[in-house]
Design a protein around this ligand. Structure first.
Ligand code: HEC
Length: 151
C-alpha cells in the first residue's frame, strides 16, 4: 500500500517535471548550464551557439596556433589543417604533441608549448574548438557563444 503511494507520487512528480521541461523555454539552457567538457564531449552546441570554453578555444587558437596552422584550423603551407587532424586524433595525442612538440621528416617544427602557461591552461578549450570544427558544427568565423558561467 505504502509502496504504491510512493510510486504514484514519484510518477506524478516525473510527469510534472516533464511538463515543466516542455513548457519552460529556459529548460533548454539548463543543459548548457550543467555542461562539463570532457575529452569525449569537449564542446556544447545548441541554437547556433557554443559553450564559452569552446569560444575561448577559438580565441586562444587564433592567438597561438593560427600563425602556423592557418585560420580556423584550415592549415597552411607550413603546418597541417588541424580540423582534419582532429577527425582521428584523440585528447591524449593532442596533449602529447602540444606539450612535447614534434618535428616532421621535412624539418618543419611544431614547437613545444610546455613553457606556455596560457596554452597549457586552455588546452581543453582549444581542443574543443578544433573538434567542433572537425565535426563541422561551426564554420570558419568567430562562433556565437553562450555566456560565461560562474563556477
Ligand atoms: C611555429 C609553427 C607552429 C605553431 C605556432 C603551432 N604549430 Fe602545431 N604543428 C606545426 C607543424 C609544422 C606541425 C607538423 C609537424 C610534423 O610534421 O609532424 C604541427 C603539428 C601539430 C599537431 C599534429 C597534427 C597531426 O595531424 O599530426 C597538432 C595537434 C598541433 N600541431 C597543434 C597545435 C596547436 C594546438 C597550436 C597552438 C597552441 C600549434 N600547434 C601551434 C607548427 C606549429
Amino acid at each position: 500500500m505504502r509502496r504504491l503511494t510512493a510510486s504514484r507520487t514519484r510518477s506524478r512528480f516525473t510527469a510534472r517535471l516533464l511538463l515543466v521541461s516542455l513548457l519552460v523555454p529556459c529548460a533548454l539552457s539548463a543543459d548548457y548550464k550543467s555542461f562539463e567538457p570532457t575529452a569525449e564531449k569537449p564542446y556544447y552546441f545548441e541554437d547556433g551557439k557554443v559553450d564559452f570554453g569552446t569560444y575561448n578555444g577559438f580565441r586562444r587558437y587564433h592567438a597561438d596556433c593560427h600563425v602556423c596552422h592557418g585560420p580556423a584550423g584550415l592549415g597552411s603551407a607550413y603546418a597541417p589543417a588541424l580540423m582534419d587532424s582532429m577527425k582521428s586524433m584523440d585528447w591524449m595525442n593532442f596533449v602529447d604533441v602540444i606539450v612535447r612538440g614534434r618535428q616532421g621528416l621535412d624539418n618543419k617544427v611544431m614547437p613545444s608549448f610546455a613553457g606556455n602557461t596560457d596554452v597549457l591552461a586552455n588546452m581543453l578549450d582549444i581542443y574543443a574548438y578544433l573538434r567542433a570544427r572537425a565535426d563541422d558544427v561551426i564554420g570558419p568565423v568567430r562562433p556565437a557563444k553562450f555566456p560565461k558561467l560562474k563556477k
